[in-house]
Every structure is written in C-alpha cells, then in structure tokens.
Ligand binder design. Structure first.
Ligand code: PMP
Length: 395
C-alpha cells in the first residue's frame, strides 16, 4: 500500500553526509568526511567513574523521570561557566537542557515556523539546521559568509523582507567552513538585529575549541532578553554520545520551547545529565579542553601544511584558528561532487560542499575534517587528494 506521507517530508532528504559516511566505513579509506570528534580524546575513565558515582549515590533518582527544563545543578554549572568564560549573566532558569543542540533546532522550528516562513542562514550553512528547518517547510534566504563573517549588506536586505522569523548563525569555526565572525562583524550583526522582531539564533558548539588567537564574546551578549538565543553543546568538549546540549533564552519563548520539548521527549535523559554533571564537578573541564585543543591544533597545522605542499595552487582554503573543519574552494568550473568519485578510487574521502547550499551553488567547494584522523593519515590523505586534484584539474 502506498503510504501518504506528510507534506513536510517532500522537502527533506536523507543527509547526504550520512550517505557518504556509509562509503567511508571501509577502513582502508582515509576519511576527512565525517564531523566526528576524536574518540581517543573521550574522557572514558572519568565518565565511567562519574557513572559509578551517580549509581552509588543517587541510583533511583538518576533512573527516574525528571523535569523538562533539565537537572538544576547542570544548569547552574552552565550558567556559572558563561559568567566565568564569556562574562554573560545567565540565570539557570533561562537554560533549557536538550537532547543535543540538534534538538534545539527542531524545537525552534516547532515553536516558530509556519510553512513558508523565512529563515536566514549563512551560505554555506550548517546542514543539520537546513534539514531541521526544512521539516517545517521554511523558505531559506541565504547570506554570503565572507572570511570575517556574513556580508552585512546582504543581511540587512534579507532582514528587510517580510515574514523573516529568524537568522540562524554559527559564529565560531562554523560547520562547514571553519570561518569565525570578527569583532567588527559581530558588532554589525548585533546592530542590524536590534529592535527587530526577527530572532537571532547563535549556535556555538565549537567556540571553546580555539587553538590560537583571541576569542570573541557571543553576538547575543547584551540582548539575550530581546530576541537573542544562544545554543550550546557538550558534544565537542566532552562526548557526543551523551546527547547533551542546551539553549539559553527566557520569558514566553522558553515556556513555549518547554511545551514543545514535553511533547517531543518529556525530558533529556536524567542519567546522562547527572553523570555529565558529576564528571564536570569531579574534574576540571578546562584541563580536558586543553588536551583537545592541543591535539586538534596539531592536526589542523599538519593538514594546512600538507595542503600547501601537495595541493595545486589554484585550490584555496580557509585556515581556521579552532574547531574541526576547513573548507576548500576549487577553480570555478570544477565539481567537487565529480572529484569525490575520483577521490574514493584513491581511497580518500571528503564532503562535497553543495549540500551546504540551499540554492544548489557551491559545486566547486568541499569540507575537510581534521579532528578525527591522526597526523600520519592526514599527510597521506592530503597527498592522495593533492595528486588526484592535479589530474582532475589538468583534464
Ligand atoms: N550545530 C552545529 C553547528 C554542529 O556542527 C552540530 C554537530 N554536527 C550540532 C549543532 C549538533 O550537535 P549536538 O546535537 O551533538 O549537540
């Protein structure tokens, strides 16, 4: 019997990246395709000790249903960290714990978007957000992401359109491009957003992974109570398998998000929240983040150096100061999709950039992940890609 699916399913597709990841399950392929943190850096023993401690000290409570808002001590930890690291005053009551920050995108879509509402996203943009908002039949307006942040003239024009519900942005070491908003662009965005009824959704899962250079306060600092919403995650600083993220927002918006979350999953895993909280209080997160930054920083350097050595000069790359990805742009006429098939023959993989563009542009771009391969494999993989690119360009 042919199933009559909901209209919303007609605009979404399986994640192209998940399809690629299937190809790269073959371990002989050096993969720069995934967006995975390095599992060697997961704090397994410390999390194990935290889990045992939670079972011993609060077994029944940790296995019981709990509140939709999330475990209060965990929210207090997050609020204290914002104060310490970013100078932002956030009340634990303004934090909603979610099942990964990906759930924030789904909940925001649920409470905000009617079919045909407009969402501004960066070009290229985070695929998970494109997928989430597409489920609510959003109409995307894209704003070019330049080396130092969004093109402000394009942003202003986009904001001046009707029915624009939100601007979704990844301001630090963006997925996919690795780009970060400069202080000037942050001020420019804040100025453009102020006083409008369009929400600014700032998604920042990578901000703490800065290897060098100065970090910037979030754009929403100073107007969190006026339509700024900040998303965070433990996925990149601790472990993604815990599925723990959060959203900072107050007032009626938070009430609506809580209703949507209740309808969706009642609450995020009580056990996961308590174990993460115990891990965070029994250990020093900054020490762990230092280890991640040291490793990713070296891997990023090796990737950039290898690209400079082995890639044809026509290929341009971003050189991020943090995060997990860098972005390459091939000469205009070339297709990274076509090159992907060639690369797989040479047993190396990346993600072609086109899925990160809602307007089918970006054919000549690609994303390279440096967090999840050791230095030796990075050199070898980039060497193979470089040799392949020289052939591909010469054809
Ligand atoms: N936002 C961005 C920009 C991401 O790159 C990711 C992870 N790929 C997420 C959100 C979702 O992360 P999580 O649900 O694991 O917190």
């Amino acid at each position: 019997m042919p199933v009559k699916f909901a209209d919303r399913m007609s605009t979404v597709h399986r994640s192209f990246i998940r399809e690629i990841l299937k190809v790269t399950e073959d371990t002989s392929i050096i993969s720069f395709a995934g967006g995975l943190p390095n599992p060697e850096l997961f704090p397994v023993a410390d999390l194990e000790a935290a889990a045992v401690g939670v079972f011993q000290d609060s077994g029944p409570q940790s296995l019981q249903y709990s509140t939709t808002e999330g475990y209060l001590p965990l929210r207090e930890y997050i609020a204290a960290r914002y104060k310490e690291k970013k100078g932002i005053d956030v009340s634990p009551d303004e934090i909603l714990i979610t099942s990964g920050s990906q759930q924030c995108l789904d909940l925001l879509g649920k409470v905000l978007l009617n079919a045909g509402d407009k969402v501004i996203i960066e070009r290229p943009g985070y695929l998970g957000a494109i997928q989430s908002f597409s489920m609510f039949q959003a109409d995307f307006i894209t704003v070019d992401l330049e080396a130092d942040g969004p093109n402000l003239a394009e942003l202003e024009a986009a904001l001046n359109q009707d029915k624009v519900k939100m601007f979704y942005a990844v301001t630090n070491f963006q997925n996919p491009s690795g780009l970060t908003y400069s202080a000037e662009k942050r001020a420019g965005v804040a100025k453009l957003m102020k006083g409008r009824d369009t929400l600014f959704i700032e998604d920042d899962p990578y901000g703490e992974l800065r290897f060098r250079g100065e970090s910037h306060p979030p754009v929403v600092r100073g107007y969190l109570d006026e339509g700024g919403i900040l998303l965070g995650s433990f996925s990149k600083v601790a472990a993604p398998g815990f599925r723990l993220g959060w959203m900072v927002c107050g007032g009626e918006m938070r009430d609506k998000l809580i209703i949507a979350k209740q309808a969706s999953d009642l609450h995020t895993s009580t056990f996961a929240q308590r174990v993460m909280h115990r891990y965070l209080t029994d250990n020093v997160l900054d020490d762990h983040i230092e280890k991640i930054k040291e490793r990713y920083g070296k891997q990023r350097d090796v990737m950039v150096e290898s690209i400079k050595k082995y890639f044809p000069a026509e290929v341009k790359i971003t050189e991020p100061e943090g995060g997990m990805f860098l972005w390459a742009t091939l000469p205009e006429s070339l297709s990274a999709m076509d090159f992907f098939d060639e690369a797989i023959k040479n047993k190396v993989a990346f993600v072609p950039g086109r899925p990160f563009y809602v307007d089918d542009s970006g054919e000549n771009t690609l994303r390279l992940n440096f967090s999840n391969s050791d230095e030796e494999r990075i050199v070898e993989g980039i060497k193979r890609l470089g040799a392949g690119l020289k052939d591909f360009i010469a054809r």
